[in-house]
Ligand binder design. Structure first.
Ligand code: S3P
Length: 450
């Protein structure tokens, strides 16, 4: 968050009508970041439509501007990036601030490791607590020199190093680390290969390919050869399935709902939320599947359904990694027990999503037990209103805030959610869209420090 951002509180209230309508949620955050990064490093002009005008992707945009890339101010999701080529970035005058955005910091670390100049990457309080050693270690193996205090931001990336390709086996399923190394690989001598322990989102590989840069894929291993070039192309960013997820759960748990979400990105490395909700008995129909600029897209129609608790298959965890806060809300509204394992990565997201969600659900009267790598939730779906009332601090985490706003649809009392200004990192306009389809939410703003 920018300093002095007003503090925002959500107060849940009863639905104004059964959830209905046809909406398009904002652009995909992962693809928006990458469109600026690759557009900046390409030769030629990249025109982006559907760009997410959220704080996270805007921070990426500001950082590349600060490195001399002409980028227009986004208007209704349209952005024009005048690429400067792989070697055209200039030293920024000040540290690069990426706010709350782990994707900006980790992917940019890979790009900046290959530059001739020194940079410092900084972020907000939440980001400064998150692990960066996972990118520092392999980048160091490639020859980068990065200084940090015990593997946390700020990161000082010394420029002017000769990078060499490595063959790296990721210790955790992380698209950010994979992407960081592939981007550093564009600047490295020889080949850079990354093998992932489980499939993670592949937007970087797809977009590199779209920009004419070959990525060799062999099962779980992706490789790039240094020394190529990127050629600008138009990018149509689909709606973010991670933002759509709040409405998929909202319409599943609210009685009488029938909602359509248009133009949602359906990349198979991102659709775990649909698979998990369907295992729970959700009524989701995929309509008019199509492909837009190398990414699959569809409209999703979702109706209320009686959900049941499930044991979530571990293979689906990386494919739904950002959706667990709201999936926990779905589990609380299901009949029977839901068990999640193999999701220790949730502990190092914008907040410790296992601890923060378990605490919040417990405060609302749900039996939720945090485990080292997941959660056990006793669904209270036999009750019309399984949630009670509580005051929740979202701990600087946008998805925690939105998940509890969705819980408000089935709450007997009022849920007061503090610090919802963080919602703007990924989903500007969430509260208005939620109200538009019939959800009950009051929004109050207070100047920070007031
Ligand atoms: C992202 C990858 C995921 C995800 C994050 C966005 C990306 O993080 O949680 O919101 O754009 O590559 P990890 O790669 O750390 O799992």
């Amino acid at each position: 968050m920018q300093q002095n951002t007003p503090s925002v509180t959500y107060t849940t209230c009863p639905m104004t009508r059964p959830l209905s309508g046809s909406i398009r949620v904002p652009g995909d955050k992962s693809i928006s970041h990458r469109s600026i990064m690759l557009g900046a490093l390409a030769e030629g002009v990249t025109e982006i439509t559907g760009f997410l005008q959220g704080e996270d992707s805007l921070n990426t945009l500001r950082c590349f501007r600060a490195m001399g890339v002409p980028i227009t101010e986004p208007v209704d999701g349209y952005v024009r990036v005048e690429g400067v080529g792989l070697y055209g970035l200039k030293a920024p005058a000040a540290p690069l601030y990426v706010g709350n955005s782990g994707t900006s910091m980790r992917l940019m670390a890979g790009i900046l490791a290959g530059q001739a100049f020194e940079t410092v990457l900084t972020g907000d309080e939440s980001l400064s607590r998150r692990p960066m050693k996972r990118v520092i270690d392999p980048l160091t193996q490639m020859g980068a020199v990065i200084e940090s205090a015990e593997g946390r931001a700020p990161l000082r990336i010394l420029g002017g190093q000769r990078l060499k390709g490595i063959d790296y086996r990721l210790p955790m399923a992380s698209a950010q680390v994979k992407s960081c190394l592939l981007l550093a690989g564009l600047y490295a001598e020889g080949q850079t290969c990354v093998t992932e322990p489980a499939p993670t989102r592949d937007h970087t590989e797809r977009m590199l390919h779209g920009f004419g840069y070959a990525v060799a894929r062999d099962g779980a291993r992706a490789c790039v050869q240094g020394g190529g070039k990127l050629t600008a192309r138009a990018i149509d960013v689909p709606a973010d399935i991670s933002s759509a997820a709040f409405f998929l759960v909202a319409a599943s748990i609210a009685p009488g709902a029938d909602l359509t979400l248009r133009h949602v990105g359906m990349n198979p490395t991102r659709t775990g939320v649909i698979d998990i909700l369907r295992l729970m008995g959700a009524d989701i129909t995929v309509e008019t599947p199509r492909e837009v600029g190398g990414e699959p897209v569809a409209d999703l129609r979702v109706k209320s359904a009686a959900l049941r608790g499930v044991t979530i298959p571990e293979a689906l965890v990386p494919l739904a990694i950002d959706e667990f806060p709201v999936l926990f809300v779905a589990a609380a509204c299901a009949t029977g027990r839901t068990i999640l394992t193999g999701a220790e990565e949730l502990r190092v997201k914008e907040s410790d999503r296992i601890a923060v969600m378990a605490d919040g659900l417990t405060a609302l009267g749900i039996q939720a037990e945090a485990t080292a790598d997941g959660m056990i939730i006793e669904g209270a779906g036999d009750q019309a209103l399984p949630f009670g009332q509580a005051r929740i601090d979202c701990h600087g985490d946008h998805r925690i805030a939105m998940a509890f706003a969705v819980a408000g649809l089935r709450a007997a009392g009022t849920i007061i959610i503090e610090h919802c200004e963080f919602v703007d990192t990924s989903f500007p306009g969430f509260a208005t869209l939620f109200q538009t389809v019939g959800g009950g939410l009051q929004v109050t703003q207070q100047e920070s420090g007031a």
